[in-house]
Write a protein that binds this ligand. Structure first.
Ligand code: ADP
Length: 241
């Protein structure tokens, strides 16, 4: 289908660490312009899934396809160039640089000129509504700002797909609400396909068009928010009620 042709899709993915399967036969598709949620208890395999979709972890069996092309053996670097970017749970910023330089380094790495990269970095920060962060040292940034810069850096790649690994961790409800609005804009204004991994289930349900529920390495439910809220499987396995 044309949807498969333009999506980032894992099909029948199993990831084994020795004899332990962190993921078993997982099929999951991220389509452009919408937010997909990925929830599940600790150890369910969420981070392993993000790693697999971004080149940090090769599937043991199964495939990862981008626009219909197999990418399961590509490196993170190659996949970024193909339009798949991610954020990390911890900031991973260059602490000796200010925020603008952190972002500009990414642009230079992509082959842009120094001044072009800085201009792009300022444009991204402005689009996100945080232009004031540009001159702040990366070291000692408040947690929430560090998260924002992580997203800004991922947006420097102008990704077709963006995977966010627990971006709201440590945020207040108000900050998480701002983040939700930003994530929605990434999908609707930039046309990016987003995969959002979060412990904050309320945040995921508030912003996602489609939600996957992982438990013990398997997709136990998927669908729109109504489907997830009504799912007995999800209640039993995940909410424990
Ligand atoms: P989640 O993000 O949902 O908390 P993870 O994907 O981090 O889950 O982990 C899923 C399971 O796989 C856990 O039991 C974890 O201990 C295991 N696991 C993850 N990465 C590795 C690894 N590199 N080697 C061995 N086991 C791993």
């Amino acid at each position: 289908s044309s949807q498969a042709e333009s999506s980032l899709t894992a099909s029948g993915v199993t990831v084994a660490f020795g004899g332990f399967k962190a993921l078993t036969d997982v099929t999951m598709s991220i389509t452009p312009g919408s937010v997909h949620g990925l929830i599940g208890p600790n150890g369910a395999g969420k981070t392993t899934m993000v790693n697999t979709l971004t080149g940090f972890q090769a599937p043991t069996t199964g495939s990862v396809a981008l626009g219909g092309k197999e990418v399961g053996r590509m490196s993170p670097h190659q996949l970024r160039r193909e339009g798949v970017a991610r954020t990390f749970q911890a900031g991973r910023l260059f602490t000796g640089l200010d925020v603008l330089d952190n972002l500009a380094v990414t642009g230079v790495g992509l082959g842009h000129s120094r001044s072009g990269s800085e201009a792009e970095a300022l444009r991204v920060l402005g689009w996100m509504g945080v232009p004031h962060l540009a001159e702040r040292p990366a070291a000692g940034l408040p947690y929430t700002d560090e998260r924002r810069v992580g997203i800004a850096r991922a947006l420097m790649f102008a990704p077709d797909f963006l995977l966010l690994d627990e971006p709201a961790a440590g945020m207040s409800e108000a900050e998480a609400g701002d983040l939700a609005a930003l994530i929605a804009r990434v999908a609707t204004e930039l046309g990016t396909g987003v995969l959002l991994i979060e412990h904050n289930v309320g945040l995921v349900l508030s912003v996602s068009q489609h939600v996957y529920v992982l438990d013990a390495g398997q997709v136990i439910e998927e669908g729109d928010v109504d489907v997830i809220l009504k799912s007995q499987v999800v209640r039993d396995a995940y909410f424990g009620a």
